[in-house]
Structures are given as C-alpha cells and as structure tokens.
Design a protein around this ligand. Structure first.
Ligand SMILES: Nc1ncnc2c1ncn2[C@@H]1O[C@H](COP(=O)(O)OP(=O)(O)OP(=O)(O)O)[C@@H](O)[C@H]1O
Ligand SMILES: [Mg+2]
Length: 373
C-alpha cells in the first residue's frame, strides 16, 4: 500500500501572530534587548522572511516562536492558541535550525523516518522519505551518517527533517546558507514549491536580500531588534519606509547623498551641487537639508538633458545593461552608480546626464532617516 505525502498533512495551515514581543537576554548584570516590542501577523499558508544584518534579532525571534527561548514580554499566537507557555513539541511547529542535532548513530534515512513517525504509525515511511529526498536532490545522502556530512549536506537534511511531518507552521533559520550557488537555487525553488503545495505558514530567516526577495510573500526588514518595514518585496523595494530599508534592499545599492530642498510653486526640487532634480515629495520644507535616495535601476541616461551631470569613472558592460560609476561635483564622497541601457556604451572620462522619474527619487530626514513624503 502506498501512502501519499499529502495524507500526512497535519491538519491545515494556521495563522501566526506576534504581539508586543520583547526579548531581553540577561548576561551578568547587563541586559541585551535583542527584540523590542515586535508585532507581526502572518496569514495561513503565507511565507514571510525576516531579513536584516547580523545581530538584529532574527534568530531570537524565531526561537521564541519555536519555544526554544523564553519570551520576556508579549504573546505569540499560533492559530487560536497562545503558545508562550507550551513546549516546542506542543506548538505545531516544524523547526529547521542548523544547530538542531541529528542522532549520530542513525543514518540520514533513519533520522528522517524517526522524525516522521515520532511515536505515530506511518504505513510506508521509506516511500515518503524517498519522495522528499528526490525533491531536495539528496537521495545519495540517505545512507550516510550525520558525522560524514558536509555543512551544506547537513543543511539539506535539517530542511528535510523540518518538512517531513508537514507542520502547520514551519520555522527555518538560514536554511540555504551553506549551499553552493547551484544547490541554493534548486533548494530554494523546491522549498517554495513544497511550501505552496502543502501550505505551511512559514518564517524563513535570512540576511540575503535576494533570497528574501525571491522567496517571500511578505518580508520583515529588521534592524536593532525592531521591524523597520513589513510588506511585499515590491512594496519594500519601491516604497521604502526609511533610509535603512532603502539601503539594505536593492542590488546594486541605492545611491544616498545630501541635497537641499527647493520649493518651486507646486513642485518640489532638490539641489545637488549645480544641478536640480524634481521629486514627488510634497511635505518637504523649502531649504531643508535632506538625504536623497536614487536607485541605480531607476536612473536613465539616454536623451536626457536635465538632471545630474557627472563624469564616468568606471563602466561595466553586463550585456543586458551597463553599470556606470559617475563622479558628480555635488556628491564629493563617492561615485553615483547608475544602470544604463546596453546600447549606451560609456567610456571613462565621458560626461553623462541622467535623471529618474520624480516618484522614484526618495527623500529622507537627515537625522532620523524617516522617509519624507
Ligand atoms: N543567548 C544569548 N545571550 C545573550 N545575548 C544573546 C544571546 N543570543 C543572542 N544574543 C544577542 O542578541 C542579539 C540578537 O541576536 P540574534 O542571534 O537574534 O541575531 P541574528 O539577527 O540572528 O544575527 P545573525 O544574522 O548573526 O544570525 C545580538 O546582540 C546577540 O549578541
Ligand atoms: Mg541568526
């Protein structure tokens, strides 16, 4: 008799709610506030990522949801249950942490079917293990023992172990970090397919913005224990809430440089050296010193006569487009990076004028970094 993987589904996806959650680690006399009053809603079957730099509180958040770390204040709800006081095994979560130990005496197949059964009777565990191993391209690992696995291989096994019981909530900490580029792409795609197919409500922790962009339904960009912005990848990229988010997301990075606001009737302009750019922000005050954010992808430099004029310093031809680094006299510290159409071949020393649509030029408060709209 064959058992379909689907038959083991643990009973439908659940919403996950994080309410005013804080985490203070006590180390000696001092406390480290790793997570500060966090609120996050994840819909059933949604895949969200926690994205942010090292030390921003991603792992801490995941461990509190999983039940591996106590919650200093606030509540976590999975479905209708407040889970603060439940042990990990009672929380309906599947956890893929790198540090999660596999049983050394068992080979990978045995480890996976052990995780699958966990006290239940499963008719044909081998078949389920084989199916999942095929999808994650790890069939050749099944007969190996944990000690002989590379870190990338361990990571696949940890992922398989988290997936195999079809948990309603799946929590993955840097699940692809140790994989090489090709494996990473494959496993990322399979993870997303499996997640869609089985509808796990999923949190993936990553510090890789491209991974977050390609995996997420929504992403929470974190810094200093605080969610800076929560939204779809497009919202985060196109409508950053502050300078941190604008700078953290996007490749090549956004150009950030100081400028002065000039109100001109109904229009808002910013002055950069001798040049001006028209921007969409309506609440900027005349004469204010602001930071401007300009994405390389939004700059266009063909047939443009008004905008920023600078001198090409380095030009890279990337076939589908070019990337030029341009020195501008109004931005003395660093060259501006612009993406240019392939047919516009630029050479070092050439003068180039470029601009962007007003609604694609962001203004930020110089002190707080908050977006001026
Ligand atoms: N067990 C602990 N005891 C004390 N401080 C801790 C502990 N675990 C984490 N921290 C601190 O809490 C903060 C958040 O750490 P966390 O591991 O959650 O960050 P992260 O976003 O996962 O970083 P990374 O990308 O490096 O994994 C850091 O300042 C870290 O030093
Ligand atoms: Mg971490």
């Amino acid at each position: 008799m064959s058992v379909k993987v689907e038959e083991l589904h643990g009973g439908g996806a659940l919403p996950l709610r994080i309410r005013n959650v804080r985490k203070v680690y006590r180390t000696g006399k001092k406390g480290v506030e790793a997570v500060k009053n966090m609120n996050l809603d994840i819909e059933p079957g949604e895949l969200i990522t926690l994205l942010g730099p090292s030390g921003c509180g991603k792992t801490t958040t995941l461990r509190m949801v999983a039940g591996l770390e106590t919650i200093t204040a606030g509540d976590v709800f999975i479905g209708d249950s407040r889970v603060n006081d439940l042990p990990p095994s009672k929380r309906n979560v599947g956890v893929g942490f790198e540090s999660y130990a596999l049983y050394p005496p068992l080979n990978v197949r045995e480890n996976l079917s052990y995780g699958l059964k966990a006290g239940r009777r499963v008719a044909d565990p081998d078949k389920i293990v084989d199916e999942l191993a095929d999808r994650l391209e790890m069939r050749d690992l099944l007969s190996l023992r944990p000690a002989s696995l590379s870190s990338g291989q361990k990571q696949r096994v940890a992922l398989a172990r988290a997936l195999i019981r079809k948990p309603p909530v799946l929590l993955l900490d840097e699940p692809l970090g140790h994989l090489d580029a090709a494996a990473r792409q494959h496993v990322r795609r399979e993870l997303k397919l499996l997640q869609r197919q089985f509808g796990y409500t999923t949190i993936v922790v990553t510090h890789d913005q491209l991974e977050a962009m390609t995996l997420s339904d929504r992403m929470a960009v974190m810094n200093g224990g605080i969610i800076q912005q929560y939204g779809t990848p497009d919202e985060i990229f196109d409508d950053p809430a502050n300078i941190f988010v604008a700078d953290f997301v996007g490749e090549p990075s956004i150009n950030l440089f100081p400028a002065t606001v000039v109100r001109d009737g109904g229009r808002t302009l910013v002055r950069v050296g001798a040049d001006v750019l028209e921007v969409a922000a309506r609440t900027a005050t005349d004469g204010a010193e602001v930071m401007v954010g300009l994405r390389p992808q939004d700059c266009h430099g063909k047939g443009v006569t008004k905008g920023l004029t600078g001198t090409v310093f380095v030009y890279e031809d990337l076939l589908e487009h070019g990337i030029a680094r341009v020195n501008h006299p109004g931005v003395p510290d660093k060259p501006l990076v612009i993406q240019t159409p392939a047919e516009l071949q630029l050479s070092p020393g050439a003068s180039v004028t470029f601009s962007a649509p007003p609604n694609r030029i962001y203004l930020f408060d110089k002190d707080s970094g908050v977006r001026i709209r």
